[in-house]
Write a protein that binds this ligand. Structure first.
Ligand code: ADP
Ligand code: MG
Length: 464
């Protein structure tokens, strides 16, 4: 008996050691592939908790990290890990400070019909291979702000006679673009199992393309798109950073349109606002339908909350839902986050949720929704992020370690507040408005051309 137990314990520690070793190998490979900044930001914060049967379990203390890894890196981690342990098929990501039942699961379900499987391609080419069954038309709540986008998406998914090609959906973050793209892919997979659908983020498109160039496989890259009936690319604004990728995207796009393939793109801005789109692409987009998703109104937010609550057993009083719908206006992602917190609280504490409790549980979210950022807030956060003093950042010194934070802070002031260029200049040690314009344009360009800067800025923004 004792022997058996000892043996078991020995095995456990042995396995754990192997797993950590594998994880450090996988990390090394990832570091090479994605570069130091991305690695530091998204992979390093992951803690390996366990490897059980077919699942690798990680924890992290930031939602942003979990979201990023889920969307961009989990497939790759599974892929790399598989070369050490073939059985692994999924990753689970836990938020360190949340209870187990709120973890996210990430299945590398390569059997999904609507997805082009990675085995069809060269080893170096990886396609997004995950559809979320929850992000369906059925679960998408319609209101005045999204009804046109949703109707267009449904029509595309049903191959109705008069369709829109390409369909371009745009709108602010967290308003349901990815949800709609995912719904289209699900619906087609369900109704037209023989149609080939590729659904991927623009980041993935670029990654796959660059990989195919590195391995001299540009032809196989092109061919993999040739047999496709529907191409869905999410967050197309990210495609614009590199000339060569843009060219390739444009060629692929034209070829596919000409042979009648349905294309759907999403972005956070309209085609006219995406500066690096060239005119050819813009005019091509004009042949189809360009439609936007607006921020939600109170009624839609309440409807979304009620629909989410109807699918689980937790009981949240109507007045609490109304309170959340009134207060959390920024976007649907945050609305869901707020609701999840309240649900977590009500199931853990097992007591009735009141408005007062809701207020204290959601304090930070409510504050952020009410808060109007000031120039000083932005200066503080940027200075802190770069470990420089505000007084130095505002001074006339021109060392690189100060110029970059200064320019980023100016750019963020312009982007996130309603202050004019001269007002911002005055708050940066009395600088001229042309300096602010220069800084804003420069950083805007850097974001497009340098993924390290754009990641850096995302991290700063996440601190507001
Ligand atoms: P985006 O891609 O525009 O940033 P997402 O599609 O990721 O936004 O949406 C963020 C979250 O909000 C997702 O969980 C999504 O399911 C949810 N969501 C957004 N709009 C709706 C809606 N109209 N009905 C139900 N859920 C929604
Ligand atoms: Mg999205």
């Amino acid at each position: 008996m004792v022997n058996k137990l000892e043996k078991k314990l020995k095995n456990i520690s042995l396995n754990t050691k192997i797993d950590y070793k594998v994880w450090s190998e996988v990390k090394m490979l990832l570091r090479k592939e994605i570069g130091e900044t991305m690695f530091r930001n998204w992979i390093l914060p992951l803690e390996l908790e366990d490897v059980k049967d077919e699942t690798i379990i990680f924890s992290a203390s930031s939602d942003l990290v979990i979201d990023r890894v889920e969307r961009f890196y989990s497939e790759r981690i599974i892929y790399l890990w598989k070369s050490f342990n073939k059985n692994l098929i999924r990753i689970k990501l836990y938020h360190k400070f949340q209870k187990d039942n709120f973890h996210k699961e990430n299945y590398s379900d390569t059997s999904k019909k609507a997805i082009l499987e990675e085995e069809n391609f060269n080893d170096n080419i990886i396609f997004e291979s995950r559809l979320d069954n929850k992000l369906s038309f059925e679960n998408f709540i319609i209101g005045p702000s999204n009804e046109l986008a949703c109707a267009a998406a449904k029509r595309v998914a049903n191959f109705k006679k008069i369709s829109f090609n390409p369909l371009f959906l745009y709108g602010g973050v967290g308003l349901g673009k990815t949800h709609l793209l995912n719904s289209i892919a699900l619906e087609i997979g369900h109704n037209y199992p023989n149609k080939k659908v590729i659904y991927m983020s623009a980041e993935k498109f670029m990654y796959v393309f660059v990989k195919s160039l590195q391995s001299n496989n540009a032809i196989s890259f092109k061919e993999s798109f040739r047999s496709v009936d529907v191409l869905l690319i999410d967050d197309i604004q990210f495609i614009s950073s590199k000339e060569k990728t843009r060219e390739e995207f444009f060629h692929t796009f034209n070829e596919l349109i000409e042979k009648g393939c349905q294309i759907v793109l999403s972005a956070d801005k309209s085609p006219n606002e995406i500066k690096d789109f060239d005119d050819r692409l813009r005019s091509r987009l004009g042949w189809g339908l360009v439609t936007d998703i607006h921020p939600t109104n109170y009624k839609l937010r309440l409807k979304i909350l009620k629909s989410k609550i109807s699918k689980i057993s937790a009981k949240i009083p109507d007045n609490v839902l109304e309170f959340i719908a009134h207060k959390v206006k920024s976007n649907v992602r945050e609305l869901e986050g707020a609701l999840n917190r309240i649900i977590a609280h009500s199931t853990l504490v097992n007591s009735k949720v009141t408005i007062e409790k809701t207020y204290s549980i959601l304090k930070d979210i409510l504050k952020a929704n009410e808060k109007q950022l000031s120039i000083n807030d932005i200066q503080k956060i940027v200075a802190n992020h770069f470990s420089v003093k505000i007084s130095e950042m505002l001074s006339s010194r021109r060392s690189r370690s100060l110029v970059i934070p200064r320019q980023i802070a100016m750019y963020l002031c312009k982007e996130l507040t309603h202050f004019s260029y001269p007002e911002i200049g005055r708050n940066f040690g009395g600088r001229d408005h042309t300096t602010v314009i220069y800084a804003s344009n420069k950083i805007e360009n850097d974001i497009k051309n340098d993924s390290n800067i754009s990641e850096e800025i995302n991290i700063i923004k996440a601190q507001f």
